[in-house]
Design a binder for this molecule. Structure first.
Ligand code: C6P
Length: 412
């Protein structure tokens, strides 16, 4: 197991107060906090070797290039991918998904083809496919959930069919916490000659990830949810797919030669990294990966199962609380969405904020799922490596207080 009290010392922000109370940060599914080593990596780059990469022959540029490319190799190792040239740096998971839909989708999706998504997709893995389907005359088909919030594999086997070209699913729901049976869906997709795209924005920061074990064709994620700075996303794809795809953005760095009337594209990964990239943040992402690797992803997962099981148990003691998603902490990540009978989630968020507790409230960029749940939004608490059971107790005390205050308001 991990030593949470030691970990907490590495996160300066956890020392701050909010509304006169010690901060309790339970909004990790939106973005994680950053350890000192990540903040220091940014400072070291700007103070010590700030330069553009791939272009210069001076020392600073060579140092920056080597640090930047070193992180590509760290990412490759982190997701157990065969080749670092298939790791592409983007701005975030959203941009990586748009890259696939635009570049692979516009080349491969034909009228009448089916694009299969799950009912719990984030808008970032939904809207790009809606736009593509409308443009290409393709159809969106949905994988439905069981009453427990799990993917219904029987229905999946029925809807993934001969017209399916791609199955694009989240690895872990940012609302329900549900962990998707990615491997099984990959088998169904591949049996039909379709591709499997995995949105790892919530999964990769919390679950040990191997692209070969997942059996996916593309994986995307955002590094700001795994201790890294904002502004760095990852696209990993199988080499033969990436080789065959046209560029997404064009300009500097993505070319190997340009004439007045034509261009020859650069090799992977540079074909997909046009313009000056987010050098500092990519370099600091390397420190975030080192930090996670040192703790061990299996230990992180064990800690989160422990916290989630504890929080689910305590929430079940609160009358009128509705908790969404699987009841078993081992089938889900550390994301808990909930509502009280007639209290608006924003009011819950506000009252908790008064107690120094940060959660998220709203539709969580999953409006179709909210409609299925027959709510306009939920409150959501999400955990990471530095959260403790004591924090969960304080969160639940504040929640009961919210319940009491709002109940009294409703009675007046
Ligand atoms: N979900 C949340 O609070 P970006 O914004 O590109 O880094 O990540 C997009 C994204 C894609 N897929 C899933 C499953 C996600 O959860 C997210 C981001 C945040 O739930 C912000 S809406």
């Amino acid at each position: 197991m991990i030593d949470v009290q030691e970990i907490r010392k590495d996160f300066p922000i956890l020392e701050r107060q909010v509304n006169g109370k010690q901060l309790i940060y339970l909004d990790n599914a939106a973005t994680s906090q950053k350890p000192r080593c990540v903040i220091q990596a940014l400072q070291s780059y700007y103070e010590g070797y700030n330069a553009n990469i791939h272009r210069g022959i001076h020392t600073l540029s060579e140092e920056a290039t080597s640090a930047y490319e070193g992180v590509r190799e760290k990412v490759r190792e982190f997701i157990d991918a065969p080749e670092s040239r298939c790791v592409i740096f983007t701005r975030n998971a959203t941009e990586a998904l748009n890259l696939i839909a635009y570049s692979w989708g516009r080349t491969n999706i034909l009228p009448g083809d089916e694009i299969v998504l799950s009912a719990m997709e984030h808008h970032s893995n939904l809207v790009p496919w809606q736009l593509l389907a409308a443009e290409r005359g393709a159809k969106l088909v949905y994988l439905e959930l069981t009453p427990d919030g799990l993917i219904d594999l029987e229905q999946a086997a029925a809807v993934i069919g001969p017209r399916t070209k791609v199955v694009a699913v989240t690895m872990m729901s940012n609302v329900l916490g549900t962990i998707t049976p990615v491997r099984e869906l990959g088998n169904l997709a591949h049996a039909r000659g379709a591709l499997l795209i995995v949105d790892g924005a919530q999964g990769v920061p919390h679950l040990k990830t191997s692209v070969s074990e997942l059996g996916c064709d593309f994986l995307v994620f955002s590094c700001h949810k795994m201790l890294g700075p904002t502004g760095v996303g990852i696209l990993w794809g199988r080499a033969e797919l990436l080789e065959a795809m046209p560029p997404f953005l064009s300009g500097g760095d993505m070319i190997s030669a340009v004439w007045r009337d034509r261009v020859r594209f650069n090799e992977l990964p540079y074909k997909f990294e046009a313009g000056t990239p987010n050098i500092a943040d990519v370099i600091a992402t390397g420190s975030a990966i080192d930090y996670l690797q040192k703790l061990g992803m299996d230990n992180i997962r064990a800690h989160e199962i422990d916290l989630t099981g504890y929080a689910l148990g305590r929430l079940s003691e609160i009358p009128d609380a509705t908790v969404y998603g699987p009841g078993d902490a081992t089938c889900r990540g550390g994301v808990i969405s909930f509502n009280f009978a007639d209290v608006h989630p924003h009011d819950i968020g506000q009252i908790l904020n008064d107690a120094g507790i940060a959660i998220r409230a709203g539709h969580h960029c999953c409006q179709p799922l909210m409609r299925d749940l027959k709510v306009t939004g939920t409150a959501r608490a999400s955990f990471y490596i530095y959260n403790t059971k004591e924090e969960i107790d304080l969160f639940l005390d504040a929640l009961q207080e919210a319940d009491r205050v709002m109940g009294h308001v409703a009675c007046r």
